[in-house]
Design a protein around this ligand. Structure first.
Ligand SMILES: [Fe+2]
Length: 353
């Protein structure tokens, strides 16, 4: 199975994995043959790429994330219905219970595994920032929490706080939250109140722990003390808030917004690494950057020498140096970006689009 950007998908290709819409309804089942209208429809709906099963990708094992797309869609649906109900200023207890029950299942599934790596491509196969951002933040934050070997109860706190981190934005005018452009100083000051607004809403008797609400309050604090609302620094910021901060910034950077296109996965990873020790906790950046696969098995990448290659396997230590099958030209040779001396100065510049 391999991933193809939507503009490279052609009529007659076979779908590798079932595709769901935002409501969890099956749009196209695995093994269906794509038609031109179906491809156009998926593109209109915001699908950036699909998993295709073809002869070329025989033997390439695609590894789905620990949260499958189907579960990610169900979680987003549940979260968005909870957020709609909380616009009156209080999130109903039953909605929190429903979210935590889904998170419990996800955490149990994670704890049944020996290792968790994050397939970053999968988080962006379908991009709808408003609908999926908080779920993606939870998935990334949980992957970091797992790799820190946090206990089950702490992983649940991380997941819950990550899902609800921006709930305070519901109480800020949409003309500011959805403004298609940069905010004025005054608007930015209003926007910054969302952490405290979220903390207050979540503290109003719905059974959430203090650690959860403090994590929401702290998700914009920076490791060097330059964040808000309290300008806390280092380990004075609750660990879960520090984890969510990395996940939030990474996902926001890679998301398309009405006023700008999301940056590439490589640029976002470099941003996170460049801000290790200033915006972000360096220990957490190290964990994040060593457990991600920006180009998972099945992705087709562009190389700086003009060639394209299908990712066959990833290297745990160097996530940007996988083993590839060269797909351009007629000689489909296998290249290992770590050991092949001929490719020492060649880098991946992005996904084939
Ligand atoms: Fe936020």
């Amino acid at each position: 199975m391999r991933y193809l950007a939507i503009n490279l998908v052609q009529e007659g290709m076979k779908v590798g994995k079932t595709i769901f819409n935002e409501q969890g309804v099956v749009l196209i089942s695995a093994n269906s043959v794509l038609t031109s209208p179906a491809i156009n429809k998926l593109e209109q709906l915001g699908y950036k790429g699909l998993l295709i099963d073809d002869e070329f990708s025989q033997g390439v094992e695609y590894h789905e994330n620990f949260v499958s797309n189907e579960v990610r869609v169900s979680l987003a649906k549940k979260l968005n219905s909870a957020l709609n109900l909380s616009s009156c200023g209080k999130i109903p207890h039953s909605e929190i219970d429903g979210l935590q029950s889904m998170l419990s299942d996800i955490v149990d599934e994670m704890l049944s595994r020996r290792e968790i790596n994050l397939n970053l491509l999968e988080l962006k196969m379908f991009d709808n920032y408003t609908y999926f951002h908080s779920v993606n933040v939870a998935v990334i934050a949980l992957a970091i929490a797992f790799n820190m070997k946090l206990k089950r109860s702490d992983m649940l706190i991380v997941g819950t706080a990550a899902l609800l981190h921006d709930i305070g934005k519901l109480f800020i005018g949409t003309e500011i939250v959805n403004k298609p452009g940069s905010l004025t100083d005054e608007e930015y000051e209003i926007m910054k109140t969302h952490s405290e607004k979220g903390y207050k809403v979540l503290s109003s008797g719905n059974g959430l722990s203090l650690k959860t609400t403090i994590s929401v309050l702290s998700h914009h604090e920076h490791y060097d003390g330059s964040g808000y609302p309290n300008g806390l620094a280092g380990e004075d910021i609750i660990l879960f808030g520090r984890i969510i901060c990395i996940a939030d910034v990474y996902d926001a950077l890679t998301s398309d917004r009405p006023y700008r296109k999301g940056c590439s996965v490589i640029e976002a990873i470099e941003y996170v690494m460049a801000n290790s020790g200033t915006l972000f906790d360096p220990k957490l950046v190290k964990i994040f950057s060593s457990k991600i696969y920006p180009f998972p098995e099945g992705a087709t990448v562009l190389l700086s020498n003009g060639e394209t290659g299908l990712v066959l396997s990833n290297n745990h230590e160097f996530c940007l140096r996988p083993k590839l099958k060269i797909t351009s030209g007629s000689d489909h040779r296998i290249v290992d970006l770590i050991y092949d001396t001929e490719y020492r100065s060649v880098v991946i510049t992005g996904l084939e689009q």
